[in-house]
Design a binder for this molecule. Structure first.
Ligand SMILES: [Zn+2]
Length: 202
């Protein structure tokens, strides 16, 4: 989606309706900074207020996201184009979350190894060394837990067999085998175990 084009379109429609940025913001219970951010293409309106915004501007969501008025003739074509772009954007978001998770895991494993080495090297053998190692392991578990939480909260897995979206529990996510962006999970809908591909819920 072309944020700059969408921003210009929002500004254009706002002026056509005779509102200032502040007036539009007030109607949506937002700050005028939010409106200015859309209009300069730095962000997109949140999906939760998109309908209200379009209503106020007298345009359709379709038009908003295309950044232009749509006539009936090219409406279908625009629809398809938009759906495709949204799918692409979701895919991109998916990839970002995955790489963030991998980065978290890599850094924490390195930190764990470094921490254990450091305690073994600098703290003389004895009870304190054990305490230090336990502390290092606990600190390591926090990002692991966070990564797992992220995984369970943002994503679902699509059953290869029936297409059902499985939301794994912590236990399932911990136990299921993992390969790239797929996990080997049992589907509660068709009771088959398949390599389910990760999809984002939001
Ligand atoms: Zn299934």
């Amino acid at each position: 989606m072309d944020q700059i084009k969408i921003g210009r379109f929002i500004a254009e429609c706002r002026k056509l309706q005779g509102y200032t940025q502040a007036q539009l913001a007030e109607k949506l219970n937002l700050t005028d900074r939010a409106v200015s951010k859309w209009e300069t293409g730095r962000s997109l309106p949140d999906s939760s207020i998109m309908l209200d915004l379009c209503d106020i501007l007298g345009i359709s969501v379709n038009e908003l996201l295309s950044g232009e008025k749509i006539n009936v003739e090219n409406n279908n074509q625009k629809n398809e184009q938009l759906l495709l772009e949204m799918a692409k954007e979701l895919e991109k978001k998916n990839k970002t979350i995955w790489s963030a998770m991998w980065a978290i895991m890599t850094v924490s494993i390195l930190a764990l190894l470094g921490g254990i080495f450091a305690t073994a090297f600098f703290i003389p053998e004895g009870p304190w060394q054990l305490v230090a190692i336990i502390a290092v392991v606990i600190v390591f578990l926090i990002p692991c837990f966070y990564a797992l939480k992220l995984e369970v909260s943002v994503g679902a897995y699509k059953c290869k067999n029936c297409g059902y979206e499985i939301v794994p529990t912590y236990k399932q996510a911990l136990n299921a085998m993992h390969r790239g962006t797929t996990r080997y999970l049992m589907c509660p809908n068709c009771n088959k175990r398949t390599w389910c591909k990760k999809v984002l819920k939001k």
